[in-house]
Design a protein around this ligand. Structure first.
Ligand SMILES: [Zn+2]
Length: 248
């Protein structure tokens, strides 16, 4: 399924369910629902989330900066020979890596930074960094499209934000799970519980094909109806309350 459909369905449905469960729909919950609806495809080098987080221009800058990094490592790193030469050589090689490899490398470095520097702020950051590294190195529709990844992401959000309420981890967990459910509609399906070979696959559509577009449109339409029903009623309730307050 395409990223846009994942985003609309995942965010729309999870926020509707969040509201129906009686939890407040906070700005943080909206943001996390949006990210979580796209997160499973972080292992795909052309996914929306990846290209938005690391746009081409930033990648170019990163590539050129590698030359400076190489020089700095060579002359200033407090390392014994030959390790600074090795590191400098790695930085130079990174300059010429294809875009996809560079993107993955950048995510791994961000993950490492989160593990090393984030630990100080919250012990859960270590888990976040590990998840980021594993997710971005995994083959497409591999580990990120499993029950384990859904559980790990939900647990991470719970650990990081649970003390401030339940909206964020519920919205994020739902949006992530919805991405997997949507992908199970495709011909390829998903393998949610490896090493079990069992596939969740309804084969209603092929991504990019006509059948795929139709199913995506139906999904987006149903999401819009659910969203309008849940939040339309809330809006009317709210307007009525304001009106009553103003008129009393
Ligand atoms: Zn996917």
């Amino acid at each position: 399924m395409m990223g846009k459909a994942h985003f609309i369905i995942g965010t729309g449905v999870s926020l509707s369910l969040l509201a129906l469960s009686g939890q407040p729909v906070t700005a943080g919950a909206v943001a996390i629902a949006g990210v979580s609806s796209l997160l499973p495809d972080i292992d795909h080098p052309n996914s929306i989330l990846v290209t938005r987080a690391l746009p081409d221009r930033l990648l170019r800058i990163l590539q050129s900066a590698m030359l400076l990094v190489a020089a700095a490592v060579l002359f200033y790193a407090p390392l014994e020979q030959p390790w600074n030469s090795v590191l400098a050589a790695i930085a130079v090689i990174a300059m010429f890596l294809p875009e996809q490899a560079l993107r993955k490398g950048a995510f791994v470095l961000i993950g490492l930074a989160v593990i090393i520097f984030g630990e100080r702020y919250a012990p859960w950051n270590r888990m976040g960094g590990i998840l980021l590294i594993v997710f971005s190195l995994a083959p497409h529709r591999g580990i990120t499209h499993t029950v384990y990844a859904t559980a790990a992401w939900t647990l991470l959000l719970y650990g990081l934000t649970g003390s401030h309420g339940s909206s964020i981890w519920i919205a994020g967990g739902l949006a992530y799970a919805l991405h997997l459910i949507c992908d199970s509609l495709t011909k390829n399906g998903i393998r949610p519980l490896p090493p079990l070979k069992w596939k969740l696959r309804f084969a209603l559509m092929t991504t990019g094909k006509k059948s795929g577009k139709r199913v995506e449109r139906i999904g987006i339409g149903l999401t819009a109806v659910l969203f309008a029903a849940v939040f339309g009623i809330r809006l009317i309730e709210y307007a009525a309350r304001v009106y009553l307050q103003l008129s009393s």
